[in-house]
Design a binder for this molecule. Structure first.
Ligand code: CO
Length: 468
């Protein structure tokens, strides 16, 4: 039987919860006033950085993500800060050279991150190695996240073998990252029990409420010995976000799993975020549609976001009547492409290819560049081999790589820095530019204009104070 001990919680309201419910638009100034109270709860950690927050800060909020991190670090005096990191992609959309990955890890930790959760869309551990080692070197907590999915290849043996690999790699903990809410309660019992038997590393469970089973899944996972669960304070919980923090705390009260968190303090934190939720609903930033139960994700075993993408792709092509056909095509494409988990970017690759296969009336008559790259090994190794006929049809005799994709990328930090020198005001700017070159330059220009405005104002004040 699993050891019964107090459950620990990672609070996601400052990252995944608002990424899932309001397109990552929560500004730093809205976070800061509540930091003091959040710091008193005793959370295992607060997830507050990485994922889409970096891009959204620069692109939509005109904020420096590094500045956000430093401000949060200054406020959270006792709580560990956590971020989400996409392996060799870091937070961007391509594979980076190792020197960029290492420098990003170093700067994240130097600016205040304690725990880095690192994942790869194919669960190809070679794509995580560099980030994990860098995190070890910087004395951060390296958590490897497994992208959870269903399929023939994903047996309990698969998960437990990979858990052992992660332990050998030098990670400090493992996260099961169920981005689509596919892990149902009794499967969670089996999975967590097997994982706890396979590794000594702490296990954290991350899921989304999308399919409506998440709180029950946590209950069974906790009984099976999971160490940490990811929750969001109630105004930003449920729907496509996480189960509510207060609900899970209350569920385990008076049991050996009691977190001991102060429910009154949690209520005050919820009170703080509630008016913002109301405002987001009013402005339409929060769409009530994402707050309900989407049972289709369980039936078709695809993430909710992927389904809505597919619907809009079909609508654009005036082919909404092909919905059912595409739904049937998705698992077939996924099999052809080595049965990857469906998470960014593999979810888009499989989804778009399935739409094309149906619309063209012939499978793989047209293939996207991403499908070609995946079949050429440029994303890494899939759990199952590709369908050889599909490989032949899509890439013919083009070269295929089998090494770790980043082995073919020479160090690029110096080149990147020379490209953006004129904008550099802090070392971190080089990384901002490396990840999102165009968006970064727009932001740097904006920042400069703001600074010039302030200078002008100060000059004005001086003139006013000392009239000639
Ligand atoms: Co998530």
């Amino acid at each position: 039987m699993a050891v019964q001990k107090p459950i620990q919680i990672t609070e996601t309201v400052l990252r995944d919860a608002h990424q899932s419910l309001i397109a990552t638009r929560m500004p730093t100034e809205l976070m800061l006033p509540i930091v003091d109270k959040m710091d008193k709860v005793g959370y295992h950690s607060v997830e507050c950085w990485g994922g889409a927050t970096f891009d959204a800060c620069l692109r939509f909020l005109k904020e420096d993500p590094w500045e956000r991190l430093r401000k949060l670090r200054a406020g959270f005096k006792n709580t560990k800060l956590q971020m989400l990191f996409r392996g060799q992609n870091i937070l961007g959309y391509r594979h980076y050279a190792d020197d960029v990955v290492q420098y990003f890890v170093q700067k994240s930790i130097a600016n205040g991150i304690d725990i880095i959760r690192i994942f790869d869309c194919l669960n190809d551990m070679r794509n995580l190695e560099c980030a994990v080692k860098a995190c070890n070197r910087e004395k951060g907590h390296a958590q490897v996240a497994l992208s959870y999915t269903l399929g023939d290849a994903y047996t309990l043996d698969y998960w437990t073998n990979i858990a052992k690999e992660i332990e050998e790699m030098g990670a400090d903990s493992i996260c099961i990252k169920d981005m689509a809410g596919l892990l149902v309660p009794y499967e969670a019992t089996k999975l967590i029990t097997a994982m706890k038997n396979a590794t000594k590393l702490p296990i954290q469970l991350h899921t989304h409420y999308t399919s409506g089973v998440a709180s029950m899944t946590y209950l069974k996972a906790v009984e099976a010995g999971v160490d940490v669960i990811d929750c969001a304070i109630s105004p930003f919980a449920l729907g496509t976000s996480q189960p509510a923090t207060e609900v899970m705390v209350e569920t385990f009260r008076g049991t050996p799993y009691d977190s001991g968190y102060d429910q009154n303090l949690l209520a005050e934190i919820a009170d703080y975020f509630r008016p913002y939720r109301e405002e987001c609903l009013k402005t339409g930033l929060m769409d009530p549609k994402v707050l309900g139960v989407n049972i289709k994700t369980l039936i078709y075993q695809v993430p909710g976001g992927m389904l809505s993408n597919m619907v809009s792709q079909l609508k654009e092509q005036n082919a909404s009547d092909k919905y059912e056909e595409v739904l049937k095509e998705i698992p077939r494409v996924r099999k052809d492409l080595g049965e990857p988990p469906l998470v960014t970017p593999s979810s888009q690759i499989v989804g778009t290819q399935a739409v094309l296969n149906v619309l063209m009336g012939e499978r793989y008559k047209v293939a996207t560049d991403q499908t070609k790259d995946l079949l050429s090994g440029k994303y890494g190794k899939t759990v199952k081999p590709f369908n050889p006929e599909v490989v032949k049809k899509v890439i013919g005799d083009a070269p295929v790589i089998t090494c770790r994709p980043a082995d073919l990328i020479p160090n690029e930090l110096e080149k990147i820095e020379s490209e953006m020198k004129q904008w550099k005001q802090q070392d971190e700017d080089v990384l901002t530019y490396a990840l999102f070159p165009q968006v970064a330059v727009d932001f740097f220009k904006y920042r400069l204009a703001q600074q010039e405005k302030v200078d002008l104002k100060q000059a004005d004040t001086k003139n006013a104070a000392y009239p000639v």
